[in-house]
Design a protein. Structure first.
Length: 105
């Protein structure tokens, strides 16, 4: 007969069950995700502003004080859209670090 004491469970079954995350923890995770996305969007906005720093637009579609003012709005909108579409991965890294600091995984 086979020795029944030598039976081992698969790793997934041998680990203790963890409780489902509470509503407060889920809310905290949502806040962290939102903050990380906002950070990535701000980071991208600064990068895009630097990228467009020396770009001059010829008349009749550019120039003047309006272009300078609205260029910042354009880079902010572009950065937000890039971040919303997956971004560069900055939000994911920042979010993981924020979760670690909060004691969440």
């Amino acid at each position: 007969m086979a020795d029944m004491t030598a039976v081992s469970l698969p790793p997934a079954l041998s680990q203790p069950l963890t409780a489902a995350p509470s509503a407060a923890e889920m809310a905290k995770r949502g806040e962290i995700r939102k903050t990380a996305k906002t950070f990535e969007s701000s980071f991208l906005s600064i990068m895009l502003q630097q990228m467009f720093e020396g770009v001059e637009t010829s008349a009749p579609f550019g120039g003047g004080p309006g272009e300078t003012m609205f260029k910042s709005f354009m880079t902010e909108a572009m950065a937000k859209k890039i971040s919303d579409r997956g971004g560069l991965g900055v939000a994911d890294s920042v979010g993981r670090e924020m979760l670690k600091l909060q004691g969440l995984k």
